[in-house]
Design a protein around this ligand. Structure first.
Ligand code: HEM
Length: 463
């Protein structure tokens, strides 16, 4: 009898455990719809590695403007319409203001001590405010402009005296390429054995160490040199660290994470905007001619001045249209801080949120002929890039909006204007505008799948 009781307790416990495990593993009752999931990989096979923004836009045409994917172990909700982008980035902005943790963001950004990958909270607020004020404000955005975006950002961040500048930029660039590529480890965060199997975490650690040595040296050099009139961002961060001026004190690792962020976030997106603008205009020579004519009529000297740039209405439309088609197509992923409901669907806390900015900017209900490059579409609109209108928000919106927006627009306007002023552009022999390969790939920014060689021909008067 006793044996029977003992046996029935064990069996009922097992049944209870099985029921609990089943209920616990069952997804929330009312998740958004989505394609069927395969065991282990979920929907990873549907996330086209080359152009995920296009694959996700295609899925939204089948499953609707909000859908659910399981990417490895990561439960992900994708939003693809301006209305729902407004819901998650404005109405429920706070709920979606965290960032998901990833192996690569933890490793390369000193435990997510940069701005873009840190969770919402006092530290993020403090660092974003300081960088916006000290490096990225409208007032300061024009004066450090020198030659190219790399130069602009690196000089504003590191100052003029940085003997390791080239090596630092090379290594930061390599880190960014690794960070932006498809890293399976990020999709199986709880399967730590994967790190040992792929062996890539060890390689990344080595890359990070090499970068760290240069960044350490940079801090030492800044600390030991006499204070100058013009402080760069590193000087500012070291000063506030020394004076203990901040609510949340910062250590050297925080400063290094911010320097890396400014050198990486600040360069690719702006320089890609310039490259895409030129490429789009090469495809449509009449647009190139119109922009060149405007710039060459307005700019009188060897380089455009601030006042002259302000008069370039058509060039500004070209930049707006370039950003509509070629911003950060999937933005930076957000993460839900608590259970919530979007469009009638349950979204559990910790769900990753992807806002498909590309799908929103090419929404056929909002834009006529949405995939075609037409700067004129902005002629009679007052629509701005500030994230107030969810038809067009190339820098994001809400709390997590890009702090480099004004800096980037200033740099892109300056560089593009001077390129239009000083050069004619031609295609390699035998190539016609319609031969240009416009296919893109996503690595945070949109990059051309096959970068094209466009040949600059300096105008005689600037040779
Ligand atoms: C044309 C150039 C640029 C474009 C199109 C762009 C676009 C964006 C977008 C779409 C986001 C994501 C917003 C979100 O996830 O909600 C973002 C975030 C961010 N951008 Fe930019 N950006 C550009 C230039 C820059 C520059 C020049 C810097 C700094 C030097 C910068 C620093 C950042 C940072 C730190 C974040 C994260 C903000 C946060 O998490 O609070 N960006 N950017």
């Amino acid at each position: 009898m006793e044996a029977f009781t003992f046996f029935s307790i064990i069996v009922s416990s097992l049944i209870l455990y099985a029921c609990w495990a089943f209920i616990a593993s069952k997804p929330a009752k009312n998740l958004p719809p989505g394609p069927p999931k395969l065991p282990i990989i979920g929907n990873m096979h549907q996330l086209d590695k080359i152009a995920p923004h296009r694959a996700l836009r295609a899925l939204s045409r089948k499953y609707g403007p909000i859908f659910h994917l399981k990417l490895g172990q990561v439960s992900t909700v994708v939003v693809c319409s301006p209305q729902l982008a407004q819901e998650v980035l404005k109405t429920q902005d706070l709920t979606f203001s965290d960032r998901p943790s990833m192996t690569t963001s933890e490793l390369f950004f000193y435990g997510r001590k940069n701005i873009a990958w840190s969770d919402y909270g006092n530290y993020w607020r403090q660092m974003k405010k300081m960088c916006t004020l000290e490096l990225l404000s409208v007032k300061k955005s024009r004066d450090p402009i020198q030659k190219m975006v790399n130069d602009i950002v690196s000089r504003a961040t590191l100052g003029d005296v940085c003997k390791d500048r080239d090596e630092l930029l090379d290594r930061a660039g390599a880190m960014l390429r690794t960070f932006n590529s498809f890293n399976i480890e990020n999709y199986f965060p709880r399967l730590t054995i994967l790190n040992a199997v792929t062996g890539r975490k060890a390689t990344w650690l080595k890359m990070q160490k090499q970068l760290d040595v240069i960044l350490e040296r940079l801090l030492e050099d800044h600390r030991s040199r006499p204070t100058e009139d013009h402080e760069d961002l590193v000087d500012v961060l070291l000063r506030v660290q020394k004076n203990d001026d901040l609510d949340l004190p910062i250590a050297d690792d925080n400063i290094k994470a911010i320097i890396l962020e400014m050198l990486t976030a600040g360069t690719t997106s702006s320089s890609m905007t310039v490259e895409w603008a030129i490429t789009e205009m090469m495809r449509k020579p009449e647009i190139m001619k119109k922009a060149q004519a405007e710039v060459r009529a307005v700019v009188k000297g060897e380089r455009a001045t601030e006042a002259e740039i302000q008069k370039l209405n058509y060039t500004r439309l070209v930049i707006k249209e370039t950003l509509r088609l070629h911003s950060l197509p999937l933005m930076i992923p957000h993460e839900c801080r608590e259970d919530c409901v979007v469009n009638g669907y349950d979204i559990p806390a910790k769900t990753k949120l992807i806002v498909n900015l590309f799908a929103c900017s090419t929404d056929p209900d909002t834009w006529e002929d949405p995939d075609t490059f037409k700067p004129e579409r902005f002629t009679d609109t007052t629509i701005s890039s500030t994230g107030a209108d969810f038809k067009y928000f190339p820098f994001g919106a809400g709390r997590r909006i890009c702090p480099g927006m004004n800096f980037a627009i200033g740099s892109v306007e300056y560089i593009l204007t001077n390129l239009l002023l000083r050069y004619d552009w031609k295609l390699p022999d035998g190539m016609k505008p319609h031969d240009i390969d416009m296919r893109d790939t996503t690595a945070l920014s949109t990059l051309p799948l096959n970068p094209m060689k466009i040949i600059p021909v300096p105008l005689a008067k600037f040779k």
